[in-house]
Design a binder for this molecule. Sequence first.
Ligand SMILES: Nc1nc2c(ncn2[C@@H]2O[C@H](COP(=O)(O)OP(=O)(O)OP(=O)(O)O)[C@@H](O)[C@H]2O)c(=O)[nH]1
Length: 699
Amino acid sequence: MANTRAYPLDKTRNIGIMAHIDAGKTTTTERILYYTGKIHKIGETHDGASQMDWMAQEQERGITITSAATTAQWKDHRINIIDTPGHVDFTMEVERSLRVLDGAIAVLDAQAGVEPQTETVWRQASEYDVPRIVFVNKMDKLGANFDFSVESIGERLQANAVAIQMPIGAEDEFVGVVDLIEMKAYIYDEDELGTNWDTVDIPADMLEDAQARRDAMIEQIADVDDEIMEKYLEGEEIPVDEIKAAIRRGTLKLELFPVLAGSAFKDKGVQMLMDAVIDYLPSPLDVKPYNAVDPETDEAVELRADDNAPFAALAFKIATDPFVGRLTYIRVYAGTLESGSYVLNSTKDKRERVGRLLQMHSNHRQEIPEVFSGDIAAAIGLKNTTTGDSLTDPDHPLHLESMEIPDPVIELAVEPKTKADQAKMDNALQKLSEEDPTFRATTNPETGDTLMAGMGELQLDILIDRMRREFNVEATVGEPQVAYRETFTKQTSAQGKFVHQSGGKGQYGDVWVEFTPNDDEGFVFEDAIVGGVVPREYIPSVEAGLKDAMSNGVLAGYPLINVSAKLYDGSYHEVDSSEAAFKVAASLALKNAVKNAGAVILEPIMKVDIVVPEEYMGDVMGQVTARRGRVDGMEARGNAQQIHSFVPLSEMFGYATTLRSASQGRGTFTMTFDHYEATPKSIQADIIKKNGGTPADEK
Ligand SMILES: Nc1nc2c(ncn2[C@@H]2O[C@H](COP(=O)(O)OP(=O)(O)OP(=O)(O)O)[C@@H](O)[C@H]2O)c(=O)[nH]1
């Protein structure tokens, strides 16, 4: 090995910070970077000086969108922070971050406790077995309540929250925290931007409470840890390092979640949070092995952090950097990689040269000669790699488990202002879709219209914004529309026969295809031809013909999904048959099947969670029903109510405004795609007409 690693694996942490919008993720990240010595000025978040939110859009909108990975140092440890977005339109970004991080800090707003978006990301983190610690932020805020926040973790997330601190004071009297493990108080010096605090005895008036909380904490730890249980039952005093070790074991097993208190904005508690990251969150050695498959043998391979193993990494993010161009963020699972060397993109089966490797700090980039297992870095020079691709040693190809990319549910038409803009726009759309795999741009070959499709209005808004600013594209943008799908509900068979004879060489293709609706498997093709009634060389054309025809739909031009097609009969002509003729025949078979296949238009149904104060409940429930929504349950949230519902996406446009006016600005909601459902008949007819077709019963 040419270089040595700067930090041993057990002193490496790859963490994400996740939160509901506005809980303080950005502020907390900034403070971490400040105290770890990487930022020398604290920029007031949302004043445009934020270090993590470097894209102009993020600064204007005050939200964090991309998951940039930033490296920091704390007490001999390297901490890579992967920024995860809080907005629901970007759940794919959250998922891709969760794939590559080993542990997370969940930031709560001490006044609100667990909020709907916290629930969503918490569930996702649980799916990926990501150990978490919780930071109850905003302890300085009016209404801040630590105990309520801790309880909300148990109630709403069914998680075993173990408070390892208690706050000293609250709201404007919040001055520091009591460490229940060490039984010490840390009281901050107001004037020092949080860089200075006194470690003192617990104030006398808090001592009894602190002791009771410590006992409760030990009991909770004992419940999941036999070593502690034994000592606890024998009434022994348990040494601090044993308590910490037990908390670490419990946290790594996801059996408990340590909870800390603080105020990022008022510069309190962040250093203790960093200590907890080191003490309790996993190093790359502590996480379960990453799953991969050997593409040659189809055998499962488990990747463990080991510098001596063949190189294997996942490209988890592509970003266009204003200074250095295209950056590919990689998480190395095994082996090492030197800059200037070659890797195999085994997903695309292409060799790629890694020009340079960069370590991304919050305010500068550092060129590094080599990247080691368990680490995160950005590579320059990878031309063909997109998000989710596996990069491996060319002699040891592997496919690393990647992310599931959801289908877009919303789309809009864009039209360039001039011919020159067309070329610029094509380039911009290409680049943007490489960065964001949930975003797709397609051009209808017949009309030449370009469609941008994605997961939500905000996502598309931001992409359009970037297209204008970064790529200088002038374009007219249509209203966002629902990305409908079509499917069949009945099994049916149909013939497609294409015969064209007019002197010279003719055309002949003839197929019988059985269509069967399937359960979410997409398009499945089966060749059931016996005796060569359709010659083998034409079968791929039949499959391609069906695939093409399905992508253009059968009712209103939306892609037909979840239909299996079995080619079981047909005929051919010695001279006139061709690939092209069989392709047309296949599409005719699909067309002929439609009338007996119970074709329907599917619409995306969104899971919508609304939180409103009690007094607006009636109105808001009425709105849900009026939008063809179904209320799925309700629960109290302090003096507010949370309504769980399922509502068709087409009814949700502009809902933010409706909810705001119905609740005097006090209601909030989150929305994520849940599933597709057939649209009611009358609405289906409208959609077909809007797309220039004639509904079946009006024919
Ligand atoms: N009172 C108080 N306000 C805070 C604290 N931390 C953050 N804030 C404020 O809360 C607002 C949201 O903070 P951010 O750090 O941007 O929150 P975020 O979670 O990153 O938000 P998104 O990027 O939109 O997901 C800002 O106005 C912060 O100044 C805190 O500890 N106390």
